[in-house]
Each structure stands twice: as C-alpha cells, then as structure tokens.
Unconditional design. Structure first.
Length: 152
C-alpha cells in the first residue's frame, strides 16, 4: 500500500466532491419538472378557450337546423317577422347565454356565458350555395384563433 492509497481511502474530501454533483443534478431535475409544468399549464389555457367556443357553437346546432329546414322547405331564409321562431328553446345551455337568429345579417349569434368570454359573441353566417346553406363562423368579440379549425 502506498501513501496515496492510504490518504484517498480515508480522505473526507473524496465524499465532498460527490455531494455538489448530486445537488446540482437534483436542481436540474426540479428545474426541468418546473418548466414542463409551466408549458402544460400554458397549453391548457390555449385549449380551454377553444373548448368553450366549440361547446357554444355545438349548442347553436338546434337553431341552425331549424333555419336549414326552413330554407329547404321555402328556398329562402326566414324574414324578420319569422325570426322569432328561430331562437333557442334549450334551457340546458352550458356555454351559451343566448342563441338568436338575426335575419338581417343572416347569422346565428351566440352570446357566451360562464367563462372568461362571458358576454362575448360568435356569429355563424348562413350562405346560400347551389341550393343549400353553408354555415361559416365569425368571431365578433373573441380572438379568432379560438374558433374551431372548421371555422378558420
């Protein structure tokens, strides 16, 4: 056994050099977990508004179906006088406060509720194409990036 073997075996400094590496490794792991959580939360707040808007648009389906059926029967959109019959009768709306057909603009207007978009509106426009109705979405008061892909 040499002098260097004796000193390294009993040297308390050998243990001290391992501790900083372990602490640094643990700090890096905690940092990576924190960054991942931050990214996931940011992504959630991007997807949640899209979900709220999608739900509100889905809730307008009843009114759009009534307008489409009227168009199929009469080959025209409802007039101002006939428009009252094309308001939502649903009482179990989760994301929409009101859903109203506006014959002047030829749109179904959805007013949102119970989200950061309370009071904000989305319009779904009826366009006549080749004897049928095509519906297209428009953001009135909300960021258009939150509209469903089928509307953009």
């Amino acid at each position: 056994m040499t002098d260097s073997d004796v000193h390294s075996a009993g040297d308390p400094g050998a243990r001290k050099t391992k501790r900083p590496r372990i602490i640094i490794g643990a700090l890096i792991a905690v940092l990576l977990v924190g960054i991942t959580i931050f990214i996931l939360i940011a992504e959630y707040w991007g997807y949640a508004p899209r979900g709220w808007v999608n739900e509100a648009i889905a809730e307008s389906r009843q009114v759009r179906m009534k307008v489409t059926a009227f168009y199929g029967e009469h080959r025209r959109l409802p007039s101002v006088v006939e428009a009252k019959a094309f308001q939502s009768e649903q009482t179990d709306l989760k994301r929409a406060l009101s859903i109203i057909y506006d014959p002047v603009g030829r749109v179904v207007v959805i007013t949102m509720r119970d989200s950061p978009y309370s009071g904000k509106r989305i319009a779904i426009r009826a366009d006549e194409k080749d004897g049928t109705l095509a519906w297209s979405c428009q953001a009135i008061d909300i960021d258009p990036r939150y509209l469903p892909a089928s509307c953009r």
